[in-house]
Design a protein around this ligand. Sequence first.
Ligand code: VGL
Ligand code: ZN
Length: 197
Amino acid sequence: MTQALIVIDVQNDFCPGGALAVPGGDEIVAGINAMIPAFDAVILTQDWHPAGHSSFASSHPGKGPYEMIDMPYGPQVLWPDHCVQGSEGAQFHPDLRTDGDLIIRKGFRADIDSYSAFYENDHETPTGLEGYLRTRGIETLTMVGLATDFCVHFSAVDAARLGFQVTVALDHCRAIDLDGSLAAAMSAMTAAGVTLE
Ligand code: VGL
Ligand code: ZN
């Protein structure tokens, strides 16, 4: 059985001092590095937005970070500017092992956000990760990274719906926890058949 570790968005902007810092985001780096040798494949994702991205509050006059707006594809949280392509904030945490097999970048289209590693937030535009995993014969995924309630959550639910066997290693994740988003994410992952450990 080919087992893959999917390391979600362990980037400077999601760590303390970053633009969209997740509390304790940097605490998971050493543990993730230690997991890597046990896997047949290691895939990292990188949030990778153009300047002026539609998920940034700064792109919507009169709106502030963490407010909601309606996008053509549904409701969207507005974020501080983060993970701008090529910026220091978009780089992986400097201590993270990045010698994995594939780095998949997401959120690069100006008009649509992408939390999931599999589909953009319209839930229908694929990133290509499914095809990569299937053509390598990978059926079992362990997910770790940032943030538990956004990109890890949507990646895990999409992967389970696509038929992968998915475990989220919660000790190796940290959450934003906005208005109950962590509890909602845990319920959604459980309902989708994701193993939480
Ligand atoms: C993320 C908010 C905006 C994440 C990415 O990686 O969870 N959250 N962009
Ligand atoms: Zn983002």
